[in-house]
Design a binder for this molecule. Structure first.
Ligand code: ADP
Length: 489
């Protein structure tokens, strides 16, 4: 490596907004590499499977991909697999797409059950990433992998019979977006991956008799980055470590927490093409037009009551149970609410029930709808994010940009990004601590109380809109991590 030349970094990932997005991981891949490239200090590229819909989305958003004519091959489960490589640019970032319709056939990306068959695409993606340099004539210095879905790459460099011979050539950064999913599989499945037997040991993947991909990857990577400073501490605790607190505490010398940002080219109400009107912290008038459009889409009559919004996966992590219980008691008189998200069947059924009971004050969309999400962020007043745990969270950051004031629980990245308005004139939202309906309701009441005091509301809304979570600062922190790896620290 030459000191001073841009770092060559290949991000290997299964999501990349706007080509394939299931949550915040897609947003991060759509914005962090872009910011790294813009810094001029990193030649960041991305390797992504061409899931169904990816090429259609590329065309829809005007990104051109061409067939390179080269392919990559790797052996998994005693069979040779091959994929064609397409190359294009997304927001100035070179993206390699792996086309292998047999393996990359699920547009929902993540299987419900991890077994020999459903793990195949993830293993192949990681081996293909190691084969890619030979095929495309560009060799990264650093592989940057994301969560369990690409954790097999550092594992391969440590334990694969063939790929471990390449370990000296590369550094690996493992980014932790959500420790709730670790890639826990039956050790018998790993047999077909080409690892030496020691891979299944205490120094490798072994975890209470099962194979834990994230644990093995954490041990095998050169640097580990959690998506917020708070989260890097949380995962070293019994409550936040999901069984890996001891591992992360042992590895803390190579663990850091760097806050995610958002891309204000996309998430800015002053320029957002998906909105019926634009607004900014200086001129907030357009927000009323967005509100009117949202009210119309929900089929409501506007009586000025605050609109509460939840947007995200309907899973326990997000605090959906306490939120719906509190909403049930408030929809009759003090507010309206919009819920956008899909997930656990019981929560979807509960939201549908609320919509039947409160058609004039509650609306739900149990699906993924990017355009409606933009309108809802812009047209609502208060975002509710009562997460049980939250590695970083992007919804609260996006909501702030749109002047939708967040009510959040004091955990992970929520604690790093929101300042309580009752505790500080610079406050950007409302925070509560205990995971309980009582505390959540109290925080929502504080927000609704502030909403009716127009002067106070303007202050908190403006503070939220002015809070800046662009990638600029965090990009510098990532570059320092790459610098340290290059210097051999
Ligand atoms: P997660 O834990 O799912 O990554 P984040 O808050 O970090 O949560 O990121 C969620 C991202 O996904 C945000 O961009 C949010 O707007 C988007 N999102 C979540 N659910 C939906 C949905 N149903 N429709 C549209 N966008 C959604």
């Amino acid at each position: 490596m030459t000191i001073g030349s841009p770092h060559k970094v290949l991000h290997v990932a299964v999501e990349l907004a706007p080509l394939v997005k299931l949550g915040g991981l897609g947003d991060v891949l759509g914005s962090l590499p872009k910011s790294l490239v813009r810094s001029g200090k990193v030649d960041a590229r991305i390797l992504l499977p061409a899931y169904p819909g990816v090429l259609e989305n590329a065309e829809k958003y005007g990104y051109k991909f061409k067939r390179t004519g080269v392919s990559v091959s790797a052996a998994v489960n005693w069979r040779a697999w091959s994929a064609s490589v397409l190359e294009g640019k997304v927001e100035g970032v070179t993206v390699y797409l792996l086309e292998q319709p047999e393996l990359f056939s699920d547009p929902h990306v993540y299987p419900n059950d991890l077994n020999a068959e459903t793990m195949l695409p993830f293993v192949f993606l990681c081996y293909a990433a190691l084969e890619l340099p030979k095929a495309v004539g560009w060799t990264p210095e650093i592989y940057h992998v994301h969560d369990w879905s690409t954790a097999i790459l550092p594992l391969a460099l440590r334990w694969h019979r063939y790929y471990r011979s390449m370990a000296e050539q590369f550094d690996v950064v493992l980014m932790l977006h959500n420790l709730a999913h670790q890639g826990l599989v039956d050790p018998a499945i790993v047999d077909g991956w080409g690892f030496v037997p020691e891979a299944f040991s205490i120094d490798g993947m072994e975890f209470y008799g099962r194979a834990n991909l994230l644990k093995g990857a954490a041990l095998a990577s050169d640097s580990i980055i959690a998506v917020s400073p708070h989260y890097s501490w949380d995962i070293q605790t019994f409550d936040g470590g999901f069984g890996l607190h001891g591992v992360f505490s042992m590895l803390r010398a190579k663990l850091s927490g760097i806050l995610n940002g958002i891309d204000y080219d996309i998430w800015s109400p002053a320029t957002d093409k998906m909105l019926p009107a634009h607004f900014s912290s200086e001129d907030q008038a357009g927000k009323a037009v967005c509100r009117a459009k949202l009210i119309e889409r929900c089929g409501w009559q506007d009586d000025g009551k605050p609109i509460l919004l939840f947007i995200g996966r309907l899973v326990m992590q997000k605090g959906v149970d306490i939120m719906l219980r509190v909403l049930e008691t408030k929809l009759g008189d003090s507010c309206r609410a919009v819920v956008i998200g899909s997930g656990a069947q019981e929560y979807e059924a509960w939201t549908e029930h609320l919509q039947r009971v409160f058609p004039q004050t509650f609306s739900c969309l149990n699906g993924f709808d990017e355009e409606f999400a933009h309108l809802a962020y812009a047209g609502s007043d208060i975002l509710i994010m009562p997460s049980l745990f939250e590695p970083c969270g992007l919804s609260q950051i996006i909501a702030m940009s749109y002047g939708t004031v967040p009510v959040v629980r004091n955990t992970g990245g929520l604690a790093d990004t929101v300042i309580d308005f009752d505790g500080s004139p610079d406050g950007t939202g409302f925070i509560f601590s205990d995971y309980s309906t009582f505390e959540l309701e109290h925080a929502i009441n504080r927000a609704i109380g502030a909403y009716w005091d127009k002067d106070r509301w303007k202050v908190v809304m403006t503070n939220a809109m002015r809070a800046n979570f662009s990638w600029d600062q965090s990009t510098k922190a990532y570059i320092s991590v790459y610098d340290r790896l290059k210097a051999g620290d």
